[in-house]
Design a protein around this ligand. Structure first.
Ligand code: ATP
Length: 340
């Protein structure tokens, strides 16, 4: 089968890491026609809007996209492209798996958890205004519907992937109404899954406990801003942004992207670590049913990390993006080796 998938190369290190991820995906032999689309600075340079309708239409048509990081142009009138994309496509689930990789030395071994972040509201609703000079107000929007659907997704995910515990993360002691409503919806959904342990923990306590002992958590479920912060924190537990993958999923479309941003400090220097976006691409392959190809990519990455000879700067090495991409392709097991 030949798939058509939208590719948003992004800017900064985007073209380098997405070029690498595409090469690695193509090395698996899965046939993909990439529909390359613009967004952000590149779109503005081409005389379009930051988030052109043609780009959104491509994702809506293909249902799946691989996306490099996109910087929102600085200046008045530019809304965040990433937030805009999530809203326009209604990708209300941000799924960020956090796992240890053999060969990457970190404080804790065998970390294996998943962060679910509500992707469409909270403080990211973008409702800010000046009340009087010197006083501004930001509105945190929490709705029952959006809270319920992210909780339902997280519980269904836990059921199908064999995960046994969900922790709803909140600050309901302070935000009694907003975080309170989020928790009410999580509880309502949890009652339908008595075989999955459900608990609630304040975000400050989770931040401390997860650094001391990440093994006590399994699935973390939270609203938008907490999820943004916690997923970066969790990526730090397992090797940093260079290896942290993610996906934005809705009822119609799924967009696979790394947790990291466009890293302008190392852009265009062939230094960026392509592993985060490549693991996101492996998640994308699983999403479309190409599980063996996904496993081959993950094994190739693991073999390169275990061998330890080819590493980019963020992992303490000196290899270039091209060198580590070549090494992953060379290390990928054959289809027979990963057959179930
Ligand atoms: P954003 O606001 O878009 O999330 P940010 O400024 O928070 O971006 P990132 O661009 O995600 O930050 O990255 C922070 C730093 O981490 C970068 O400046 C870079 O040095 C490093 N970094 C991020 N991603 C990578 C990568 N893939 N490979 C190597 N280093 C990276």
């Amino acid at each position: 089968m030949k798939y058509t998938i939208t590719l948003l190369p992004g800017d900064g290190i985007g073209p380098e890491v997405s070029g690498a991820a595409v090469r690695i995906v193509e090395a698996t032999g899965v046939e993909i026609e990439w529909e390359c689309c613009l967004a952000g600075i590149d779109a503005v340079d081409a005389g379009m809007e930051t988030l052109p309708e043609s780009t959104l239409d491509s994702v809506r048509k293909n249902k799946v996209a691989l996306k490099g990081p996109i910087t929102t142009p600085v200046g008045k009138g530019f809304r965040s492209v990433n937030v805009g994309l999530r809203k326009a496509l209604e990708t209300y689930v941000s799924l960020r798996p956090v796992r240890s990789w053999k060969g990457l030395k970190t404080r804790h071994d065998d970390v294996d958890l998943v962060v679910f972040r509500e992707n469409t509201e909270g403080l990211y609703a973008g409702r800010e205004h000046e009340v009087v000079p010197g006083v501004v107000e930001a509105l945190k929007i929490i709705t029952a519907d959006a809270s319920r659907r992210i909780a339902e997704y997280a519980f269904e995910y836990a059921r199908w992937t064999g995960r046994s515990k969900i922790t709803a993360v909140h600050k309901a002691s302070v935000m009694k109404l907003s975080d309170g409503l989020f928790l009410d919806m999580c509880r309502e959904v949890a009652r339908r899954y008595p075989f999955i342990t459900y608990e609630e923990q304040p975000i400050d306590k989770v931040a401390m406990q997860i650094v001391l002992d990440p093994h006590r958590f399994d699935v973390l479920l939270m609203e938008n801003l907490y999820g943004d912060i916690m997923s970066d924190l969790c990526s730090g537990l397992t090797g940093g942004l260079g290896v942290a993958p993610g996906a934005n999923i809705g009822d119609d479309c799924a967009v696979f992207e790394a947790v990291h941003g466009s890293a302008p400090d190392i852009a265009g220097q062939n230094k960026a670590n392509p592993i985060a976006l490549t693991i996101s691409a492996a998640m994308m392959l699983r999403h479309i049913g190409e599980r063996a190809a996904a496993r081959r990519i993950e094994s190739g990455i693991e073999r390169v990390l275990v061998a330890g000879e080819v590493r980019t700067g963020d992992m303490g090495g000196r290899a270039s993006t091209t060198e580590i991409t070549d090494a992953i392709i060379a290390a990928m097991p054959s289809p027979e080796e990963v057959a179930e």
